[in-house]
Write a new protein. Structure first.
Length: 624
């Protein structure tokens, strides 16, 4: 059974999700044929596949996959129909107590305890349905494909532990993940993409190329940028800064923490509370409460109510930028005010959701907030969208789509008046239409303070990543009572625009490592050239070439090892260095360097001064 879905959600299940949901039932059938004591909880389709959670004595390992898959192929070959059966609540409980529900036959000694619990969670009066294929029947809302014959192109992917309903107090279960496709070719293409993804895994390449490190002593989800990774980050920051300078942004710096009252005003506390680190009480407060033998609950309640003052690691930069804007008086002639910061923020993520650089707890945004008049909104949004397009074009990421995230009018998670939301959504819809790209509208995906435009980029192996974002916000200026003096000499409310082309430097860098397989374009590579003398006799000439490159601003190193030149070239290629300059007797005699590229091999010889000019031009143009 998958997790309970509304009728509308069931009807919106795609054909591929339906196939994968059905394949989960086929996997359950196969496991029960091999291990009849298995107790199944639920098995929904998920992104790229499906899973089923269950409990049994045997601990499944990848070594069991071939046996399970063989039995799944038998079930598929039997061409069993998926038949929907509606039953009463009493019938459902009787079937669960007999072990028949979620099983192949009655087994009174092994009642279906998960199914009994799930039946109790179904609201009174709601229809209870099961789906049966062959001898297997399970509590399920559906839908399914016509028969098991359609599920034959499948593959089991991994096994892990899970908790029933995500609650560790309810006991540990086994979870087997799999995937399925309509055709063999689609399945094989998916498996090939996964193999390619393993080769490109930024966590693996990050270690091999010495780009970053995550250390338990520092904390999960907190990135230590090593020198080479810091060079990549600096190149990205220099790139975006040069574009910001052209567009008239002012750079600012703000602290990593702020008072709770600041975030109460902004709405981050409490609206964003589940994604934040716990509040930090003042030292005087702690000492006072300790003297009073107060409990932790009293401290937490006091911080949340405002009875005690405290601080918080900032989850977003916007309240700080708002205070910078509010520190000066502004005329309409001063607007727009564009404030930019590489600001580090902190979000509380569950440990199971962390992943290398792409899902972290501390990250730096290429953040900016623009304060403008209502008449300036359209032009400023267009400027922000143009900046995102420049970033993506420069990095060769031309396969992307645009998503317009709107509020759900029936939800209470949003702040501000419906009128302001309508104006903000209209402004973004107009901007994305002027952008001239296909876009989708996603109801309920807006930030709590405003709608947003997200760029979803497809990398070289077809994976999608949400990157740049632009948001229009009428609400925070209202909450902070921001003003500017208009042409009528009266106070008016500015509109605020949030934008971050990279999103976060950590996530963006992780994506780039995988997109380029560690082979960064020359302008972005941490080491752009490596000089390789054939022997120590040519070290002086190699040092002169290295100095010329370094003086020209090229990131260059000199291999002083006693290895043969072939081994030096192999090492430079493993390190993904774009260019290698080999210097031996012929090069010294002719006053040249022999140029090799990591992918294009021998590029011939030329004077070092000519090579310096060539690579400087390549770097300046940010060529791919």
């Amino acid at each position: 059974m998958s997790e309970r879905k509304t009728l509308d959600e069931r009807q919106q299940m795609t054909d591929l999700e339906r196939l994968r949901h059905s394949t989960a039932h086929v996997m359950a059938t196969a496991i029960l044929r091999i291990w009849p004591d298995a107790q199944f909880a639920y098995g929904p389709p998920v992104e790229n596949g499906f899973y089923y959670d269950f409990d049994m004595k045997h601990r499944i390992t990848p070594d069991d996959f071939e046996k399970i898959e063989a039995e799944m192929r038998k079930v598929a070959k039997e061409n069993q129909r998926f038949e929907r059966v509606v039953i009463s609540r009493d019938e459902a409980k009787a079937m669960a107590e007999s072990g028949r529900l979620g099983g192949l036959s009655e087994r009174p000694e092994n009642p279906s305890r998960f199914k009994l619990d799930l039946i109790d969670k179904i609201p009174e009066g709601e229809e209870i349905s099961c789906f049966q294929n062959g001898e297997f029947i399970d509590l399920c809302a559906g839908p399914h494909v016509g028969s098991t014959a359609k599920t034959k192109h499948c593959k089991l992917m991994s096994v892990s532990s899970s908790f029933y309903m995500g609650d560790e107090k309810k006991g540990q279960l086994q979870r087997v993940y799999g995937t399925a496709f309509p055709t063999k070719d689609e399945l094989m293409a998916h498996l090939e993409r996964l193999e390619e993804a393993k080769k490109r895994d930024h966590r693996k390449l990050g270690r091999e190329l010495q780009l970053f490190h995550i250390d338990e002593a520092v904390g999960q989800g907190l990135i230590l940028w090593k020198p080479k990774g810091a060079l990549v980050r600096r190149a990205l920051q220099d790139f975006i800064t040069s574009e910001l300078d052209k567009q008239g942004y002012s750079q600012v710096f703000t602290p990593h923490i702020g008072k709770l009252d600041l975030y109460r005003t902004s709405g981050h506390f409490p609206y964003y509370q589940d994604s934040q680190y716990a509040p930090i009480p003042e030292r005087d407060t702690l000492e006072k409460l300790a003297d009073e033998n107060a409990t932790c609950d009293q401290l937490i309640n006091g911080l949340e109510s405002g009875a005690y003052e405290g601080y918080m690691l900032k989850p977003m930069n916007c309240p700080h930028h708002i205070k910078i804007y509010a520190s000066d008086h502004h005329s309409y002639r001063d607007l727009p005010v564009r404030l930019a910061e590489f600001g580090t923020v902190y979000r509380w993520e569950q440990s199971g959701e962390l992943g290398g650089m792409t899902r972290v707890r501390g990250f730096t945004q290429d953040d900016a907030h623009l304060f403008c008049t209502p008449d300036q909104v359209a032009a400023e949004v267009q400027g922000c969208l143009g900046l995102v397009k420049i970033v993506l074009k420069t990095l060769g990421m031309n396969d992307y789509k645009v998503r317009l995230s709107l509020r759900d009018p029936d939800s209470d998670k949003y702040v501000g008046s419906p009128e302001n939301w309508d104006k903000a959504e209209a402004a973004l819809r107009e901007a994305v239409q002027v952008l001239g790209v296909d876009y989708t509208e996603e109801l309920g995906e807006a930030a709590f303070y405003g709608p947003k435009i997200d760029f979803v980029v497809k990398d070289v192996i077809g994976r999608e990543w949400q990157l740049g974002t632009v948001q229009v916000d009428y609400n925070l200026p209202e909450r902070f009572d921001l003003e500017y003096i208009g042409a009528d000499n009266k106070a008016h409310r500015p509109v605020m625009i949030h934008r971050a082309p990279f999103g976060s430097l950590e996530r963006f860098t992780g994506l780039l490592i995988e997109h380029f397989e560690g082979k960064f374009p020359t302008w972005l590579a941490p080491e752009q050239v490596r000089v390789l003398p054939i022997s120590d006799k040519f070290m002086e000439a190699a040092e002169e070439a290295t100095a010329k490159l370094a003086n020209a601003g090229v990131r260059v190193s000199l291999d002083r090892s006693s290895d043969k030149v072939g081994a030096k070239i192999r090492l430079a290629r493993l390190d993904r260095v774009p260019y290698m300059l080999v210097i031996g007797a012929r090069e010294v005699e002719e006053g040249t360097v022999s140029i090799r590229h990591r992918d294009r091999d021998d590029l011939g010889s030329k004077p070092i001064d000519d090579f310096v000019e060539t690579i400087r031009e390549e770097i300046a143009n940010r060529s791919l």
